[in-house]
Every structure is written in structure tokens, then in C-alpha cells.
Design a protein around this ligand. Structure first.
Ligand code: ATP
Ligand code: MG
Length: 425
């Protein structure tokens, strides 16, 4: 016997007992995005590696060590997409979508990062992301947060904390960068080697370090909040003001910097304590410099990405949702009746009751085992086709859950109106 090939490390299968959580999650979130007037965009799973090097930045975890990169048959370096923002910007530019008009877009799908797999951290994971182009003001950032806030309510997720910060304009950020370099240079002895490597290329990332030995130096580092220009300060205050008025609570975290290079002004994260270390559910912010960096005209932009794997885990861990029964109706038939006739009637029922799920027993079996199966599916009603029913052109209807309802024999039209009345409110 040949050896079984197993799946790759950090990858997983979603089996039917979990798929319903994914489907419900995706449908609630995409329904909400539609309610706010956002439109979907789709782009490839693979891009030229150069796209991510330019957009995300060379000195980031993602580009330095997390990409799945390979060369194709023509020796072009290609990477599986590790995130969606770079591709969205490429796609809107390539398709002329932001030529003199704003866009509110979303995408969904798998992303790939070669990370150390652990709870809430996989090598293939799913994100739903939102990218908004052409709106410079904080109202656009605020709308993203109001929308995510509403989303937690719709999903039934409690205890998510919103942290926000401002990184200022590109100029503020550049000035602050130098202030940080000067500060950390006075504390070289406490910096680990990664921090030392990044000190000159990406000093903001040092604030993100999880190294316990660096925490006290990080805590005392100068904060960007103290070095924002008046305009940047006003931009941030406007966001806070809208959140206050709309009743969304938040915590200003001056050390929140986000991993990627392209952020400016408002940045944010939604964090839960219920998942352990990997608690960031949704993260994003404004990236006014990116479109130009990718070869477009200067265009203000803001957005977020949220990790669906972590959301599914939270929903399952906390038992937040219950699955729907597999079917509403289970069709049971005696092996003496002609299966083609039963199938034809069942098809007609699916036509007449399009919102109900109707499962027919496949293969001949005893009534006992068919009812056992019907019970397992959680069906509300079993429809029984025996020789007697067929000869009289009737159908027996048996309630599977409500023991007080008597079994009855009804004509086809009566069955349709009975099921309509019972199951479609
Ligand atoms: P982290 O600090 O957890 O590595 P990140 O800054 O790399 O996060 P982003 O690039 O901002 O993450 O991605 C947005 C969201 O996507 C994260 O908040 C998280 O919910 C999810 N995410 C990121 N990487 C993974 C992964 N490897 N597995 C599962 N979900 C992930
Ligand atoms: Mg990461």
C-alpha cells in the first residue's frame, strides 16, 4: 500500500461540521458591507514578488521571512499573496477604478504566510478586507470603525476592545522616526539583535516588540502622540469625536504602530482577550502614501483586514452559534413503491417550496433505519410514501420534533400549504 500524503504544515481542511460557521460568518459580514454600500473586488492569489516588496516594504516580517515565493517557468519571482492591500491597489490602478472617482471596496479569501503555526496563526488563513480610496477625512476612518462595531454586535461577539492611534502624516512620521532612533540609540544595550537590525530601517517596529526585556524601554519611549502636527492632531481628534458621538468606546494606545510600512494617520486594532496571545481580530488604518508608492496619483486611502480563522475559533470556542438542522423535510419511502415517482414528487415539492431544504432518502432501507436517519438530520417533518399512499395519491406527514402533532394523510396541494404554513413564517 502506498503511503498517505498528509496536508502541509500550517494548512487545514474545513470539514462540514465547521463549514456552516464559515458560511454564516461570511454571509453576515458581506451583508453588512453591502448595507454600507461597499463593493467586492477579486484579484489573483499570486502576484509578482516585486509588488509586495514595494508595497509592504522590504523591512517587514511579511516580506523578510513570511512569503511563499517561487520562480515560475520563465524565472519570474512570484509570491502567494500574504495580504490584500497591495493587490487591491494594483488592481484599482490597472483597471482605472480610482481615476477621478472614489471607491469603497472589499475582498475576501485566503492569504499565505510562512509563519510558525500555532493557535490563531496558520500558513493559509482567510481575511475579509476593506479598502477605501479617495476620501481624505476622518469620517471615512470612522465609518470603518462604526461598521466593524456593528459587525461584532451582529456576530454576537462581546469583549472586543478597540485601540486607536495616529501615526501622523508622512512628515510627522519621518520626524518621529528620527526621534525614536535617537532614543533607542541611548539604550542599545537592551535591544535584541532584531531590534538593532531594524533600528535604522524601521524603528517604529521596535515599539511592536514582544521581548519582555525591552518592555520598560519601550514604555518610556517618546510617543508619536506628542509629535503630531496640528493638522494630524485635528484629523485624529475628528475620528475620536465621531466615535464618541456614535457611542463606540476606544482606548488610545500611543504604542500601536501596525506592522506594515505604509500606514499614516489613524491606525486601529480590535482585540479580544478570549483567544490568548493571537487576539487581534481586525486591524487597519489610513495609508495615504501607498497609491503613489505603487505608481498612481496621490490618493488618500484607508482600510482594514480581519482574520476569519480567529473569528471562527472564537465563535466555536465560546459556543456562540448553533447549527441549523441539515434539512427541514426528510422523504421516506417504502421499497415497494416506484422510486422514480417519489423522486418526481420530491422535485415538485422543491419547486413549490423553494426556501425549504428537502432531503430524500437515497437507496432502499427499512422504515426504521430511514426514520433514524431523518431524526439525525434534525428534520421537522418526514413525508412518507408507502404503497397505500401511492395508490390513493396521498402523502403521510409525520412531525419529527413536535410530538403533539398527529400524523396525517394529505393530498399533494394540502401537503404544500401545510408545510408552507408550518415552516415558512
Ligand atoms: P499579527 O501581529 O497577529 O501577526 P499582523 O499584523 O501580521 O498580525 P495583519 O497583516 O494586520 O496581521 O492582518 C490582519 C489580520 O489577519 C490579523 O489581525 C489577524 O486576525 C489575521 N492574521 C494575520 N496573520 C494570520 C495568520 N498567520 N493566521 C491567521 N490569521 C492571521
Ligand atoms: Mg504577522
Amino acid at each position: 500500500m502506498s503511503k498517505k500524503v498528509k496536508r502541509l504544515r500550517g494548512m487545514y481542511d474545513v470539514t462540514p461540521d465547521r463549514v456552516w460557521v464559515w458560511q454564516k460568518l461570511e454571509s453576515i459580514v458581506t451583508g453588512l458591507l453591502k448595507q454600507y454600500g461597499y463593493q467586492e473586488i477579486r484579484f489573483p492569489l499570486i502576484e509578482k514578488t516585486a509588488l509586495f516588496q514595494t508595497a509592504i516594504g522590504e523591512v517587514t516580517d511579511v516580506v523578510e521571512k513570511e512569503m511563499f515565493t517561487f520562480t515560475d517557468r520563465k524565472e519570474v519571482s512570484i509570491s502567494l499573496r500574504p495580504e490584500g492591500t497591495a493587490s487591491t491597489v494594483r488592481a484599482v490602478l490597472e483597471n482605472g477604478l480610482i481615476f477621478n472617482e472614489p471607491q469603497k471596496l472589499w475582498y475576501a479569501g485566503p492569504m499565505f504566510r510562512y509563519e510558525k503555526p500555532q493557535k490563531g496563526r496558520n500558513r493559509q488563513f482567510s481575511q475579509i478586507g476593506v479598502e477605501v480610496f479617495g476620501y481624505p477625512d476622518a469620517d471615512a476612518d470612522a465609518e470603518l470603525l462604526l461598521m466593524t462595531h456593528r459587525m461584532w454586535q451582529l456576530l454576537g461577539i462581546e469583549h472586543v476592545r478597540l485601540e486607536i492611534n495616529s501615526l501622523g502624516s508622512s512628515e510627522c512620521r519621518a520626524a518621529y522616526r528620527q526621534i525614536l532612533i535617537d532614543y533607542f540609540e541611548q539604550h542599545l544595550d537592551v535591544l535584541d539583535s532584531e531590534a538593532k537590525n531594524r533600528l535604522h530601517s524601521n524603528p517604529l517596529r521596535l515599539l511592536d516588540s514582544k521581548n519582555p526585556e525591552m518592555q520598560s524601554v519601550i514604555q518610556q519611549a517618546p510617543t508619536i502622540q506628542d509629535h503630531l502636527s496640528e493638522a494630524s492632531q485635528a484629523h485624529f481628534s475628528k475620528l475620536c469625536h465621531i466615535l464618541d458621538t456614535c457611542g463606540v468606546s476606544y482606548h488610545v494606545n500611543p504604542r500601536l504602530v501596525r506592522g506594515l510600512d505604509y500606514y499614516t494617520h489613524n491606525v486601529f486594532e480590535w482585540i479580544t482577550e478570549d483567544l490568548g496571545a493571537q487576539g487581534t481580530l481586525c486591524a487597519g488604518g489610513r495609508y495615504d502614501a501607498l497609491v503613489e508608492m505603487q505608481g498612481g496619483k496621490p490618493t488618500p486611502a484607508t482600510g482594514f483586514a480581519m482574520g476569519l480563522d480567529r473569528l471562527v475559533e472564537l465563535i466555536v470556542d465560546k459556543n456562540l452559534w448553533q447549527p441549523d438542522p441539515l434539512t427541514d423535510i426528510y422523504v421516506v419511502w417504502d421499497k415497494q413503491v416506484e422510486v422514480d415517482k417519489v423522486m418526481a414528487i420530491t422535485e415538485q415539492l422543491r419547486h413549490d417550496l423553494p426556501t425549504l431544504t428537502i432531503m430524500m432518502h437515497l437507496g432502499s432501507a427499512s422504515f426504521k433505519s430511514q426514520f433514524k436517519k431523518a431524526d439525525k438530520t434534525g428534520a421537522q417533518f418526514a413525508l412518507i410514501f408507502g404503497p397505500e399512499e401511492m395508490s390513493q395519491q396521498l402523502i403521510s406527514v409525520k412531525a419529527m420534533q413536535d410530538r403533539n402533532l398527529p400524523q396525517q394523510q394529505l393530498s399533494y396541494p394540502a401537503v404544500v400549504s401545510f408545510l408552507k404554513q408550518q415552516l415558512t413564517g
